[in-house]
Write a protein that binds this ligand. Structure first.
Ligand SMILES: [Zn+2]
Length: 467
């Protein structure tokens, strides 16, 4: 469903500008496949992807030849990141989140409209977000808007200010200032989004199904992962996704299912697409890499909503990704201070639900993907081109003429052990601590410049504009 990429606006920049760069690699991952190539960069954009040429580059350009174990990937596009600044900057902030992203090979993030205060539900809140981010970002940053009960009338203004679409919840979001919608409210938001030709991105768990599900039954059960899993059943996702599909077809709105965990919903999504509904879906590294059977009791660093499910469910998510029913993989990086994870008591009921992984999502997914026979071409599609396409990000997510020179030198065969002390996230708590992962990000370029170092070179993105 996702093809071809969003055409870059404006075309290649003029050749010969200052700061030109030439990168040669034996393996360059392009939309047409992986091949030896020379990538020319001019004024921050890719001007040409030509044959591999040994020897010195043009005199005015910096020339880089990747090592034989390195692959040139497009910079990843992570459309699901909770930065939390302003308002909950002690959870995560723009400087730390974007430094972590750059270290992980991610060159564009789109920030979620909650857990910052204010939530991004009107233009004034968007201005506050942009002001907080300006001058301290190491990758390019765009913003989702949000829609909450009573905010339909503010959607056109918010969209007009450059947000990429509207996030909604159908169950408790975890923060009081971002309440969920009921079915009628979702219908109104989707009708408005259709009128704006925007997209509604949905946290698809049905509050009523969750409320009727058995949570921890005894006091001691709060520490058991089984009890937590029972409290967030797959049926809650299936019910919510059913509603989203119905309303997408009624209103003509495009809808995107966030963080799909329940494989039981895959058949519904596939059928909706066959009927021509404008539905896309993402999943996250933790659903593809982790399994409920392996989560120790009390290990609340594994808590997220919807939850990590069983191994068999994970295998079915991989098949849906292979078959194109799941379009993309994004982090859902959602940190909080360690105290809110309640590791002292290990209670899954009261712990904050969210996993921090923006720096690790590429190796986490690659480690699993290669074992399952997938290529780096698949990775580039799932983690760069497809999310850029779904969000409508112009000029991002591909190595091709006219696209931004967001590039990653990646060593796919080198492995490493996750040391939380080396994470740039504000809080290093991670379910991947001590895990051995394949794939090391050696260098990241943002619009042709080294990213993640001293100078924050990221730009603020607005829908319909090139940075
Ligand atoms: Zn999220």
């Amino acid at each position: 469903m996702v093809s071809p990429g969003v055409p870059p606006a404006g075309g290649p920049a003029a050749p010969g500008a200052a700061g030109d760069l030439v990168i040669r690699a034996r393996r360059v991952v392009t939309p047409g496949g992986t091949r030896p190539a020379t990538v020319r960069v001019s004024a921050g954009r890719i001007s040409d992807v030509g044959p591999y040429e040994p020897g010195p580059g043009p005199a005015r350009a910096d020339a880089v030849t990747l090592a034989s174990d390195e692959v040139l990937l497009p910079g990843l596009v992570d459309t699901h990141v909770h930065v939390n600044e302003p308002g909950r900057t002690d959870w995560e902030g723009f400087a730390s989140a974007t430094r972590a992203a750059a270290a992980g090979g991610i060159t564009t993030i789109i920030d979620m409209p909650l857990n910052s205060i204010p939530p991004t539900v009107d233009a004034a809140a968007l201005r506050a977000k942009r002001a907080a981010a300006a001058g301290q970002i190491h990758v390019d940053v765009g913003f989702w808007g949000g829609a909450v009960p009573g905010s339909v009338g503010r959607m056109p203004d918010l969209y007009g200010h450059g947000t990429f679409g509207f996030k909604v919840f159908l169950a408790d979001s975890g923060v009081p200032e971002f309440p969920p919608l009921d079915r009628a409210g979702l219908g109104r938001v989707m009708a408005q989004a259709a009128a704006l030709d925007s997209v509604v991105i949905v946290h698809a768990e049905d509050a009523a199904v969750i409320a009727s599900s058995a949570g921890p039954l005894t006091e001691g059960e709060g520490r058991t992962y089984r009890a937590f899993l029972r409290s967030r059943p797959a049926a809650a996702e299936v019910s919510a996704i059913t509603q989203v599909i119905e309303l997408a077809q009624e209103t003509g709105a495009r809808a995107h299912v966030l963080h799909l965990s329940a494989a039981d919903a895959i058949g519904l999504l596939a059928a909706a697409r066959r009927r021509g509904a404008g539905i896309t879906a993402e999943t996250c590294p933790h659903y593809l890499a982790l399994a409920a059977e392996d989560v120790p009791d009390g290990a609340t660093q594994f808590k997220c909503c919807p939850p990590i499910r069983e191994r068999d469910n994970r295998d079915r998510l991989w098949r849906a990704l292979r078959d194109g029913i799941i379009d993309c993989v994004v982090s859902d990086h959602s940190p909080c201070p360690p105290t809110l994870k309640r590791l002292d008591i290990g209670d899954f009921g009261t712990a904050w639900g969210g996993i921090s992984s923006v720096q690790l999502s590429l190796p986490v997914v690659w480690t699993q993907a290669r074992e399952r026979g997938h290529s780096l071409d698949d990775m580039a599609r799932w983690m760069a081109a497809a999310p850029a396409q779904i969000a409508g990000l112009a000029g991002k997510g591909q190595i091709g003429p006219g696209f931004d020179a967001d590039l990653v030198a990646f060593a796919p065969d080198e492995s490493f052990v996750v040391d939380p002390a080396r994470l740039h996230h504000r809080h290093p708590l991670t379910p991947y601590a001590g895990a051995r992962l394949d794939g090391v990000v050696r260098r990241t370029w943002l619009r042709g410049q080294p990213a993640g170092g001293g100078r924050p070179g990221g730009r603020l993105l607005a829908r319909g504009e090139r940075a």
